[in-house]
Write a protein that binds this ligand. Sequence first.
Ligand code: AMP
Ligand code: MN
Ligand code: MN
Ligand code: MN
Length: 286
Amino acid sequence: MQQSKMFSPIDLHMHSLASDGTMTPHDLVQRVHDSGVQVMALTDHDNTAGLVEAGLKAAELGIQLIPGVEVSSEWETQGIHIVGLFVDPENRVLQEGLARIMAFRDWRATEISRLLDQVGIPGAEEGARAMAGSRMVGRSHFCRWLVRQGHCADASEAFGKYLGRGCKAYVPSDWIPMTEAVQWINSAGGSAIVAHPGRYKLSATRLRHLLTAFREAGGAGLEVCSGSQAAGDREHLGRLAKELNMLGSLGSDFHGPDVGHAAIGQLLPLPDGVEPVWARAGIHFH
Ligand code: AMP
Ligand code: MN
Ligand code: MN
Ligand code: MN
């Protein structure tokens, strides 16, 4: 039965070395091809620097690449990630907005490092930046450095002890309002999608409130199916999408073969009756 098949030829959420993924855009697109996925979106956190390289490889392999980005934003003090799909990476409003977030990330990296230093872990900023290369620096890079240096056994300890909300090296993040993220994406001709709605641990009422505010701000849809989501989320989110007249998207949130459990294309199809966001590009398979 198609409904239970855990593979989708479309995967619209993944990361490369341009943010906190571990593969170059080139190698990521090769892996997408090898896994049998035909339509992908590269959605690096807060920047689009990987899209050119990914586009070249996608054209070579016959993969359809949808240009994307995952914007870090905030709604009522809750961090919310907004995926922008079909964005024009040349758009000025979008790029000026993303530059603001990248500047905040640079400042925050220094702060995280200062807090780690206070608990006896020096040199973290340098270490995390070395892991990040020249591009976006985020908590994942601090996490990998902490594990590599032997300060933590694994990622869950690094987030549980130092990097997670309320922990020793947590810097309350002053992300841009969700409504602004939607405006940037819309300015760039994109469709704004609430990323992994199940991961925010909101009550059903609050989730509905979030989605309603998002819709009113011009948001298009939500990820109805995401990598390693809880049982029941797909049905719940599919019902909400239909009820609130929102589009559905699918994305694994793949970060690399050794990062977490998400695999490229390992997704259930959208539930019946949910209108797919990719229909706007004339892509018609489910
Ligand atoms: P940042 O955007 O820099 O605040 O970092 C958020 C990123 O950290 C997410 O996109 C994930 O890739 C990663 N992350 C968040 N929580 C965890 C966790 N508990 N374990 C491993 N990685 C995590
Ligand atoms: Mn990430
Ligand atoms: Mn995310
Ligand atoms: Mn992501």
